[in-house]
Design a protein around this ligand. Structure first.
Ligand code: ADP
Length: 471
């Protein structure tokens, strides 16, 4: 099959979170399985891959009403990636440091979607599947179906994968004129709650809707961020497919970003060496259990609970545990976490920022990984934790519920039901008890390390879905 993945992120070129990891790995494994897979993302001002490694394949001008944006589509040509990567260069809109967070994000991603379709529809062959990810690409199935310009793509099957349902790409009908000419009798297809809603439009128009875990699909039928009735309506064409992980990038045996590599057999020694490195770097105590958090510092991740839970746990178990936080996001949460530094020196530290290498070292050197998420459509961190022999402590929600089973049920982690300070602290206490019982601790760690979350296993589920829609 010829498959196009269209998204805002793709590791290692542009990554903010799990979307980047998935779009940088699923295509690779689909490619290995014998399909022709192409990924299209915007080109940001990014440090990962440099300009002269690209060949131009197409250029044009996107028109958003009276505004014209020249664009160029380039193919990455170093062959370091195991799939074809195309970047859409629209300098005026994307030559910026960050992926998201600009006032004109709507203009940026509408232009990106149109430039991508201009190119795909100009090619001789039409692909079998156009696989869109999140709201940034949510208008593509609509435009393919109803815009005269893209008529050639009308019969191509489309998939929308929802990695995050909170962000929906909404904008007012005053910007309707940005879209290419389309059958106006279909204008209501764009609407949800009196606005144009990119995600809702994709859910209505795509041949198939997928979420990144089965449990998240169940949850959004009841709590769907305003889209629950729509999710219920499209249940017949929806499927929850648990994300896989790239076991080549996330491999403690070969990972170049950690100080000591290890296997299941050498896990004690290997993890201890990584922990000692982390502890010397962050002034922590390597003889005590290390609890870490990696992620966006937002309420959806339960990050607002961390400073309170850390203060309570560190006061209760002072000098019994270490806590290390890596992340960035909400300034108030960042400040709260930084304020704790003065009170718990030697047992607590925080790194505000994004650091891919440090994340690998933390997965490798920690004993426990905290994930008190309020919302977690899939969660990749717990799967990376398993692979590196780190025991996840999670709130039972979304994909965490699909992947983590509590030690009370002979499982692979520690689970709590509420996103609350008390629940997090209670789980830390249970973890300290587990850590002291070395035999049980090692056994739980082993269960996690033995799990198979590889894409090799999972990617066939997407291929089966594609086959259903193309037949
Ligand atoms: P989400 O996509 O909601 O942010 P996921 O668990 O699906 O959450 O994926 C998070 C990904 O982003 C993981 O690869 C994680 O290691 C990475 N990550 C998040 N924050 C940081 C950070 N500050 N530094 C390095 N990596 C980070």
């Amino acid at each position: 099959m010829e498959i196009f993945h269209i998204a805002a992120e793709c590791y290692p070129v542009a990554k903010v979170g799990g979307l980047g990891d998935v779009v940088g790995s699923l295509p690779k494994y689909q490619n290995k399985a014998g399909h022709l897979v192409r990924v299209v993302i915007p080109q940001y001002e990014t440090k990962f891959i440099i300009e002269n490694q690209f060949d131009t394949v197409f250029s044009g001008v996107v028109q958003l009403g009276n505004f014209n944006f020249p664009f160029t589509i380039k193919k990455e040509s170093t062959a370091i990636l195991e799939f074809e990567l195309y970047v859409v260069q629209i300098p005026e809109l994307f030559d910026r440091k960050d992926v998201y967070g600009y006032e004109d994000d709507i203009e940026r991603f509408v232009a990106f979607q149109m430039a991508t379709l201009d190119w795909i529809s100009s090619r001789n062959n039409v692909p079998d599947i156009i696989h869109c990810h999140d709201h940034h690409t949510g208008l593509i199935p609509f435009m393919m179906q109803y815009a005269a310009k893209y008529e050639k793509l009308r019969t191509v099957s489309t998939v929308i994968t929802i990695h995050n349902a909170i962000y929906q790409g909404q904008f007012g009908f005053d910007k309707l004129y940005y879209l290419p000419e389309f059958d106006l009798s279909k204008v209501t297809v764009l609407e949800w709650d009196n606005r144009i809603n990119s995600l809702a439009t994709a859910i209505k128009c795509a041949s198939v809707v997928t979420t990144v875990s089965p449990n998240f699909l169940n949850e959004i039928n009841n709590f769907g961020y305003g889209l629950e009735s729509l999710f219920n309506m499209v249940r017949h064409k929806s499927k929850g497919i648990l994300n896989g992980i790239d076991t080549q990038v996330w491999n403690p045996e070969k990972d170049k970003m950690v100080v000591a590599n290890y296997t299941m057999r050498t896990v004690d020694k290997g993890k201890q060496a990584n922990k000692e490195q982390l502890c010397s770097q962050f002034n922590l105590d390597p003889t005590k259990p290390l609890f870490s958090f990696i992620g966006r510092l937002l309420e959806e991740k339960g990050a607002d609970l961390l400073s309170h839970a850390a203060a309570l746990a560190l006061s209760e178990n002072y000098k019994e545990i270490n806590i290390l936080i890596l992340g960035s996001g909400n300034t108030e949460i960042e400040n709260q976490l930084s304020h704790l530094l003065a009170s718990f020196q030697g047992n607590y530290n925080v790194f505000i920022g994004y650091d891919e290498e440090l994340a690998h070292l933390i997965y490798a050197g920690s004993d426990f990984l905290l994930m008190p998420s309020r919302v977690e459509p899939c969660g990749l961190n717990q799967m990376y934790a398993f692979r590196y022999g780190t025991i996840p402590i999670v709130r039972r929600t979304g994909g965490l519920k699909d992947t983590v089973i509590d030690i009370g049920d002979n499982g692979n982690g520690i689970c709590h039901d509420q996103a609350s300070i008390v629940d997090v602290c209670y789980s830390i206490r249970r973890a300290v008890d587990l850590y002291k019982d070395k035999k049980s601790f090692k056994n739980v760690r082993k269960i996690g390390m033995n799990m198979d979350h590889s894409w090799e296993r999972v990617c066939q589920e997407y291929i089966d879905l594609y086959n259903l829609t193309t037949n």
